[in-house]
Design a protein around this ligand. Structure first.
Ligand SMILES: [Zn+2]
Length: 392
């Protein structure tokens, strides 16, 4: 049974989250929104001010009367480091306590994890030295692979070629703060429901589409990890038993049919090319997905056909998610969302044709300007103070 200390701690997190979402907000407003007594709210608020979690503005005397004191998060409390590792480059951000990005950097991801750690540590130290606040709250790392929920090791990131990697122990030893590691799709799901456009959503799936496909699932208001942390491998469910070979060793997996790499393959080997000589020498083959999007936007028929093929397969996989999890919303994260006006309807039509549910989820592109992977990395550190039950 919850004791009074636990209840106060739950109410404290709740109030902190309400201040974050509604700031500036008054004590009276907090009492109204929580249904708690004014005196209880004041006790918690005073404690949060004393611990420097929040700040209270000056009371202004205005012609119509006294304005209530405005509460806000104390942005300067500490800094959070968010890191998003992708096969080509790694992004790093130093964020304030209100999720505002202070400095951002990008560098080429080294091929070995040992080199990655060796390059990261001096970067972090130099960033903190130049920051307004040198107190580091923690580090969140988003990775393109599954993470073991028990020992926090990266199990395997096929597109990085990293296997059984422990980033947590050496980084915690060097930086002296907690390091949280999570699969990129889970990080994006967290960013959407805690710090993004779908704040408060209870049932939502994020599909990250890049070199591979990942899914992050929020069900009944909590992140779904499964018993080992490996839940959500929808990218390796077989949609075409006779399809192309996947990196996992299987055939016709969703990701080998609907990822960026798949679209490039459709472009480079259009239908019929397999039986006739290749249309272009290998060295002329397109390898850059963003270039494929540019060609799509300029009306290149082959690019349009390749991306529509990718979109149809995305729709097929989303129908499977709709049937399995019945989310209210599916958010697609990835470079292909730049062509959403054309591809979104293709995805929706395919999903609607194949889903066997009376309530098809909304299918939406993520807002890339919000940098969901990086925000998710920062949210990994912060959300536990505000909504501790979200990510068990
Ligand atoms: Zn596979």
């Amino acid at each position: 049974m919850a004791n009074s200390e636990t209840i106060r701690s739950i109410n404290s997190s709740r109030i902190l989250d309400l201040i974050r979402i509604g700031q500036p907000v008054s004590r009276a407003e907090l009492a109204r929104r929580t249904g708690l007594q004014r005196s209880s709210v004041s006790t918690i608020v005073n404690e949060l001010i004393r611990k420097e979690w929040i700040t209270e503005g000056e009371r202004q005397i205005l012609p119509r009367g006294r304005q209530p004191l405005a509460l806000r998060l104390n942005r300067q409390r500490s800094r959070i480091l968010g890191i998003n590792v992708r096969p080509r480059h790694t992004d790093l951000v130093l964020a304030d306590f209100n999720l505002g990005f202070e400095v951002q950097q990008r560098w080429n991801t080294p091929s070995q994890p040992e080199a990655f750690i060796a390059q990261l540590i001096p970067r972090v130290r130099s960033l903190l030295k130049n920051s307004q606040s040198s107190l580091l709250e923690g580090v969140g790392i988003s990775l393109p692979g599954r993470v073991d929920a028990g020992n926090h090791m990266l199990i395997f990131a096929p597109n990085l070629g990293w296997r059984q990697v422990d980033l947590k122990t050496p980084l915690e030893a060097a930086l002296g703060v907690p390091v949280h590691i999570e699969n990129a799709a889970n990080a994006c799901a967290l960013a959407e429901v805690w710090a993004g456009p779908h704040a408060g959503a209870q049932d939502l799936v994020v599909v990250t589409v890049s070199e591979g496909i990942g899914t992050g699932m929020i069900a009944n208001g909590r992140l779904v990890r499964g018993s080992s942390g490996a839940a959500g491998e929808f990218g390796h469910i077989c949609l075409a038993p006779e399809g192309p070979i996947c990196r996992c060793g299987g055939r016709g997996c969703w990701e080998v049919l609907a990822s960026n790499s798949a679209a490039l393959r459709y472009y480079n080997q259009p239908p019929g090319a397999a039986t006739s000589p290749p249309r272009e020498p290998r060295r002329l083959q397109l390898r850059d997905f963003n270039e494929l999007i540019s060609r799509f936007n300029s009306g290149d028929a082959r690019a349009i056909s390749a991306l529509q093929q990718m979109a149809r397969y995305l729709g097929q996989g989303i129908a499977m998610l709709a049937n399995c999890l019945a989310p209210g919303c599916v958010v697609v994260v990835g470079e292909m969302t730049a062509a959403w006006d054309t591809l979104g309807p293709v995805i929706e039509a395919e999903a609607a044709a194949l889903a066997r549910t009376h309530a098809l989820p909304r299918i939406e592109p993520s807002d890339d300007h919000l940098q969901p992977r990086l925000r998710g990395a920062v949210a990994m550190v912060l959300h536990r103070y505000f909504r501790p039950g979200l990510m068990p």
